[in-house]
Write a protein that binds this ligand. Structure first.
Ligand SMILES: [Fe+2]
Ligand SMILES: [Fe+2]
Length: 259
């Protein structure tokens, strides 16, 4: 027996690798738990998992650094179209990102109490972008979606239209004001939160349904790009995917001369 024990003891160094393996295995097992802990504390994930109403609240508290990071993250629709045609969902989603970036930029201006003219110019760019986005959705995308989706999804489209109308009301209020008036910055900020909520509904409910229904998103994308280009006064052409001059350049020239 003693010999057997000794033999086992001799073998033990080889077994020592087992605990090491166990440690790494258990670390792997522990990883998801740690991940879960860390994601619980991450604002961005909290936003993803939160209900729409909470999302707006969380976005409100998002650190300025995140807004700055987002500002450089997304390519403009014009840049994307220069690479090639976008299907309808991709185009509208890219437009959402572009508008979001403008809202982030506005928040930075408001935080550092930038000059009224600078804030007014940017607010007007945001308003015009939103106006054009809503118009191309209402003229082209929503009717096509209404045709393709089931009767059960009618409510989704009705609500989207009502949300557009509410956003337009707020846009009209902003345009009727001067940036040094009380509530000007607040109205722009609330418009941003309101639009964010609407965008999340489109991207998480409406757009996935449209993809599943196999709408001709390619053809719709071309029509949206063309109409968007015309409404923005841009030279973007939907079919060819070419562009000359960006949205920024266009707005730079036309800020304050809307409609
Ligand atoms: Fe919309
Ligand atoms: Fe949209």
């Amino acid at each position: 027996m003693a010999t057997a024990k000794k033999a086992a003891a001799k073998k033990s160094p080889a077994k020592k690798t087992t605990p090491a393996k166990k440690t790494s295995a258990s670390a792997k097992k522990a990883a998801p738990a740690k991940k879960a802990d860390s994601t619980r504390n991450t604002g961005a994930t909290a936003v993803k998992k939160a209900a729409p109403a909470k999302k707006a609240l969380a976005a409100k508290k998002a650190p300025a650094k995140k807004a700055a990071a987002r500002k450089t993250a997304a390519k403009s629709v014009t840049e994307l179209l220069a690479r090639g045609p976008l299907d309808a969902v991709k185009l509208l989603t890219a437009d959402h990102r572009e508008v979001r970036q403008l809202f982030d930029q506005y928040e930075e201006l408001a935080d550092r109490e930038a000059e009224a003219t600078e804030r007014k110019q940017l607010a007007e760019r945001v308003c015009k972008m939103l106006e054009v986005h809503a118009q191309i959705e209402e003229e082209i995308f929503y009717p096509a979606a209404r045709e393709a989706l089931s009767d059960d999804d009618e409510d989704l489209l009705d609500e989207a239209k009502v949300e557009h109308d509410s956003a337009k009301d707020l846009i009209a209020q902003i345009r009727a004001m001067e940036p040094d008036q009380d509530l000007y910055d607040a109205k722009v900020k609330v418009l941003g939160e309101y639009v964010q909520h609407h965008v999340e509904e489109e991207e998480t409910e409406m757009f996935p349904k449209c993809r599943r229904r196999k709408m001709d998103l390619g053809e719709l994308g071309e029509r949206l790009a063309e109409r968007r280009g015309v409404l923005l006064g841009d030279a973007v052409t939907g079919g060819s995917g070419s562009s000359s001059g960006g949205v920024t350049a266009v707005f730079g020239a036309t800020a304050g001369q809307v409609e």
